[in-house]
Design a protein around this ligand. Structure first.
Ligand code: ADP
Length: 289
């Protein structure tokens, strides 16, 4: 029977630490979140970001733009936020409408305010050098592994999914932490043969029921990133068959209540980190994941 990794409680404890640290700074850390269109999932995420900012004592600004907004208008708002000294982090909720180039928008955010770490300069820093902030889901997973003293160094880490937001940076982070990393994706021929090797198995494919117990090594740590909404019940499920896999794994995340709250907490931590850099209270090289 696996230990259930309690992301919800851990995230609450991290948020408390962040609030205490933020209260000692000369000004409030600030986050600006831009949302385009009215996707319900995006709205929920942006609402939560606003709530989390309030809980951490941060300044927050929110822009709700219609789906018809032009790329130029959006670039204009980002330009203003880049120049606004009260704003430490700028994020644009993805996905954007097809009429807008996500790459162009992400690259318009000033790298020093790139709180999601999606800008190519941030990605380059993750690969080569010191990155002050990492994307929130990978750093949330690393924080959870650390909190439960699950070592990464020397372990076989299998990442199922290679998205720009989750899979790719997660693999990079595990590599930086001396894991031996295997990336699996749609073209992987024998997924089970790969996942069975994993000491740490991280799954972000968006396929409910993808990971069955026969695909998991006894004693593995299993991290389920997915949030699949059951259209019939509205309930969320992950990609891992939780009830059966928990009998075989030594650690497992629940969905919801595992990776999701950690992701939210790491966004707040990233805002705090950028704020400290902007206030001259930290050097970029001081902070490394
Ligand atoms: P997210 O944003 O949660 O990471 P995406 O939908 O952007 O999710 O990416 C899904 C990833 O999962 C892709 O990299 C894809 O190759 C991978 N994937 C999807 N289905 C499978 C599958 N059956 N086996 C292995 N990998 C898969």
């Amino acid at each position: 029977m696996a230990v259930i990794l309690d992301g919800k409680s851990l995230a609450a404890a991290i948020r408390n630490e962040i609030r205490e640290e933020a209260a000692c700074l000369p000004r409030k850390p600030g986050l600006a979140a831009i949302m385009v269109g009215d996707d319900p999932a995006s709205r929920l995420y942006v609402n939560n970001k606003e709530k989390d900012c309030a809980a951490c004592g941060f300044y927050s600004r929110r822009f709700d733009l219609p789906g018809s907004v032009s790329e130029e208008e959006l670039l204009g708002i980002i330009g203003k936020l880049n120049a606004n000294a009260a704003v430490d982090g700028v994020l644009v909720q993805l996905p954007l409408p097809a009429s807008i180039s996500e790459r162009r928008i992400v690259e318009a955010i000033a790298p020093e305010k790139d709180v999601d770490a999606f800008h190519p300069l941030s990605v380059g820093r993750m690969v080569y050098g010191k990155a002050p902030v990492w994307p929130c889901t990978p750093s949330g997973i690393a924080a959870m592994l650390d909190a439960y003293q699950i070592p990464i160094d020397g372990k076989i880490c299998v990442m199922v999914g290679r998205s720009d937001i989750v899979g790719k940076p997660m693999g990079l982070l595990l590599l930086r932490r001396n894991g031996t990393v295997i990336y699996c994706h749609r073209h992987t021929r024998d997924l089970a043969a790969m996942t069975r090797q994993a000491d740490i198995l991280i799954v972000a494919a968006g396929h409910p029921g993808l990971i069955t117990p026969d695909m998991v090594k006894t004693g593995a740590a299993v991290i389920d990133v997915a949030m699949n909404r059951d259209p019939a019940t509205g309930a969320f499920t992950g990609d891992v068959c939780f009830d059966s896999v928990k009998e075989k794994a030594s650690y497992i995340t629940p969905v919801p209540g595992g990776v999701g709250p950690m992701t939210r907490a790491m966004l707040m931590r990233n805002v705090l980190t950028l704020a400290k850099l902007h206030m001259g209270l930290a050097e970029p090289g001081d902070i490394e994941y």
